[in-house]
Design a protein around this ligand. Structure first.
Ligand code: GLA
Length: 796
């Protein structure tokens, strides 16, 4: 799948082709990336851009190549100073202060095995089905080499690229910018999508048409961030979820990242992605080298859903690793929204007991169990159990939880320290801050200096103690602030400007060591929710808590948007109480379940305080989730309609637009699928809804049905008087008594149909309640109402 012929390179996956060549000048010219084409050395000239005379006002490359102006050529690797004035891939400053560099082709080889990087995580290829192309370039006037590594993941139509720079010169060189990937396009007609947000508001999709100039999506807060996720997409103007050219990109990195899409004066577009160059500077001495993180790209000619499924498979198969890679994840109960810091052994056991009764499999003790941690102002760093709250320690508690029949998990935040902690009092120099200056704290805490080996060694040993201190099968690893006051007492002055990168390297060392030491533990990443939701973390932790916002309405759109780049198996999603703790919104319990079920599922609420009806409902939810868990966690996922709609005509939307959200997850053999349809706000007098599943096999015969539900009469308020022979005052004693004993049967959907019928004609659901009558054939579908549908293959 890698064709390396003289000066041309063709990388083929099952459905895509990526091609470039060496120009007469020695530069690498990018030729093509997109749907698979038949191309070889002999037929390559058809896709090579022709340059007879240089365009006006362009600088020509050199006297022998007066027809070559690098500003108007698609390149694999661009540097500043030789005519290309677009976003560069590499900016260097030499000892004499000059900053023009020019990298030219030296050699190339195909490697059978993927080359790893010692200090950063990379994708892996266990089945060794892919291949690696290594291309070496040299700076024209210095002994500085760039190794470009392309790895072809044939199965999932993904290609990764990264670079290593090696300084063999006798002088040192300063790296001001070094990207992992550069991708040039002939045309500018693409829509760039980025995913931006904030705490509890992660992953809003933003679409940009860039016809000139550039758009930058970047993080500068030290972590990949909820402000701008490193996953981005490009699509042609008319591409939608199910048709058209769609590209997806991501970076295997958890720190400051940078993605720029630029359209130049010749209508050529360029995408670069890598470490954010803002205030990044790395000095490379003689014989030193620097590795960029690995970037991943994928393409599909079949729209965004197919592109996403490529990324999903890439993440599942080539990023997530270890014992939990393909193992069903347990249904958990997390203590945070149930108790916050107010915990003790007795209350936790009561909660765990209820969890067990509901069929939950794992009990997670969140924050508050260590030091003097009664709020978030103190004790981070002091990883000793609080004997007052937990007199029998973590071991005692975990044993008791085990006895109840549940696994036990624990929360930690090992990258942080409160000034009010014994660790800070002992080692104030272990903290990222500037000595004798006021510090800008975040959540009352500071960041431990993971660039300092003394700190990382200490944390590895301390966490080893904690993880071995009881029967622990799950760890939630949190990280709750962004960087400020960058300064490490362990780094030299010239190293300070790469502190945040060095921090990442330290973090990966700690994560690698601890996940190696505790291979059986299921780790879940977290950073105030999704403030560090990226492929770097996923190389160590198989799942990440997607957001502290557990409101089902917000979560539905957020999970929809996470799915553009990430599979369901990595997205933590919990059912919480109402009014929701982040939005005060009340959504139906079933909707909270339906949304969370399309993720790594759990609960985060005080089960003890729920009434029997709610507990019964939760028990039934857990049961049904377990039945379909495998498909829900590891199936192929398809987006249908979305709450977030894009109106490119600048006209007012129809009030039904953006009101429904639709998902389908399909087992890999297409014999089972689960669908979701959710409504935002009830639009009066709208009784007709269709559900359109996706990803089914056209000629499979399926049975499709809903969950049979019963509804509380109180949901209909004083409309009860339309049926009651005597007047019932709303919320009166009588109303409550009736509500206890009389439940309303919900609609039953149950059909047999072929996959093509369901997908293309759509399933006409029972009529929704529209103010003119209700019986057991009418769909109760209020604000935030939702349904899940179960689709199973029928034997013909
Ligand atoms: C962060 C996490 C929450 C919870 C708290 C505990 O906010 O995102 O899920 O663990 O910390 O302090």
């Amino acid at each position: 799948m890698i064709i390396k012929d003289d000066n041309c390179f063709i990388l083929n996956t099952t459905n895509t082709t990526y091609a470039f060549r060496v120009m007469d000048t020695g530069h690498l010219e990018h030729l093509y990336y997109g749907r698979k084409i038949n191309i070889s050395k002999e037929t390559l000239s058809a896709i090579v851009e022709k340059h007879e005379f240089i365009n006006g006002n362009l600088n020509y490359y050199d006297n022998e190549h007066k027809n070559i102006g690098l500003e108007n050529i698609k390149l694999e690797l661009s540097s500043y100073g030789k005519g290309d004035i677009r976003e560069s891939s590499i900016d260097l400053v030499f000892e004499d202060g000059s900053f023009t560099s020019d990298f030219l082709y030296v050699s190339s080889q195909v490697n059978k095995l993927k080359t790893g990087i010692p200090d950063l995580p990379t994708a892996y290829d266990d089945c060794k089905a892919g291949a690696e192309l290594e291309v070496v370039l040299k700076e024209k006037y210095h002994e500085i080499y760039l190794h470009l590594y392309y790895y072809v993941f044939t199965d999932c139509d993904c290609i990764t690229r990264r670079m290593t720079i090696v300084n063999k010169d006798n002088e040192s060189v300063k790296i001001k910018k070094i990207m992992s990937l550069q991708l040039d396009f002939d045309d500018y007609r693409y829509i760039l999508s980025t995913f931006n947000g904030a705490w509890a508001r992660e992953m809003n999709r933003n679409d940009f048409k860039i016809t000139s100039g550039k758009h930058v999506n970047a993080s500068y807060c030290g972590v990949s961030s909820s402000r701008s996720n490193p996953f981005i997409m490009l699509r042609k103007y008319h591409t939608d979820e199910d048709m058209g050219d769609a590209y997806g990109f991501n970076l295997i990195y958890s720190g400051n990242h940078y993605e720029a899409f630029e359209v130049n004066s010749f209508n050529k577009a360029r995408l670069v992605l890598g470490i954010n160059p803002q205030l990044f500077e790395y000095t490379l001495k003689t014989n030193e080298s620097f590795n960029t993180p690995e970037a991943v790209m994928t393409y599909s000619k079949n729209g965004l859903n197919d592109m996403s499924n490529n990324m999903h498979e890439f993440v599942r198969e080539h990023i997530v690793r270890g014992a939990w890679k393909a193992k069903p994840r347990p249904v958990l109960l997390n203590s945070w929204e149930a108790s916050y810091f107010h915990i003790n052994e007795h209350s936790l056991l009561k909660l765990a007991n209820e969890a067990k009764k509901c069929g939950i499999e794992l009990f997670v003790l969140d924050d508050g169990w260590f030091g003097k941690r009664s709020d978030d102002t103190k004790s981070l760093g002091d990883w000793e159990v609080n004997q007052h709250k937990l007199p029998h320690g973590i071991n005692g508690l975990s044993q008791k939880i085990k006895k109840l029949g549940l696994d036990f998990g624990l929360w930690v935040e090992p990258e942080m320290i409160n000034v009010d902690s014994d660790l800070y009092r002992l080692h104030p120099e272990w903290v990222i801050d500037i000595t004798n200056r006021d510090h800008s704290e975040g959540r009352n805490q500071r960041i431990l200096d993971y660039t300092n080996p003394a700190v990382t060694d200490y944390i590895i040993e301390k966490m080893t103690e904690v993880f071995a201190s009881g029967d622990i099968s799950y760890v939630k690893w949190d990280m709750n602030r962004i960087f400020s006051d960058y300064y490490s007492k362990a780094l030299k002055p010239e190293e300070q400007s790469s502190l945040s990168h060095r921090y990442c390297v330290g973090l990966y060392k700690v994560m690698k060591e601890l996940t190696d030491r505790f291979p059986h533990i299921l780790f879940e990443g977290c950073a105030s929710g999704g403030n560090r939701f990226d492929l770097g973390i996923l190389c160590y932790f198989p799942q990440i808590w997607a957001s502290d916002d557990t409101d089902a309405l917000c979560r539905a759109q957020m999970q929809h948007n996470y799915s553009y780049g990430y599979p369901l198996s990595v997205v933590g999603a919990h059912v919480s109480n109402v009014p929701n703790h982040q939005t005060l919104r009340k959504t139906p319990l079933e909707t909270r379940f339906n949304v969370a079920a399309f993720g790594i599922f759990g609960y985060e609420l005080n089960l003890v305080d729920l009434n029997d009806e709610e507990k019964k409902a939760i028990k039934a939810q857990v049961e049904i989730y377990k039945k379909y868990r495998h498909t829900l966690q590891f199936g192929r996922f398809y987006r249908g309609r979305s709450f977030q709609v894009f109106n490119s005509n600048e006209t007012v939307l129809n009030q039904s637009d953006g009101n429904l959200l639709e998902w389908t997850v399909v087992s890999q053999n297409q014999e089972e699928a689960i669908g979701l349809m959710m409504q935002k706000i009830n639009v009066a007098n709208t009784s007709t809804h269709l559900y359109y599943p996706k990803g089914l096999k056209e000629d499979f015969l399926y049975n499709i049905k809903n969950r049979e539900m019963k509804y509380n009469v109180k949901e209909f308020g004083d409309l009860i008087n339309m049926l009651s022979p005597v007047h019932i005052k709303q919320d009166s004693f009588l109303h409550n008594v009736i509500a206890k004993f009389v439940k309303l049967d919900g609609e039953k959907e149950n059909y047999i149909a072929y996959g093509d019928t369901l997908m293309y004609a759509g399933l006409h659901l029972h009529q929704a309640f529209a103010g003119t009558g209700y019986n057991d054939k009418v769909r109760y579908f209020p604000d935030f109402g939702s349904r899940i549908y179960f689709i199973t293959k029928e034997e013909k």
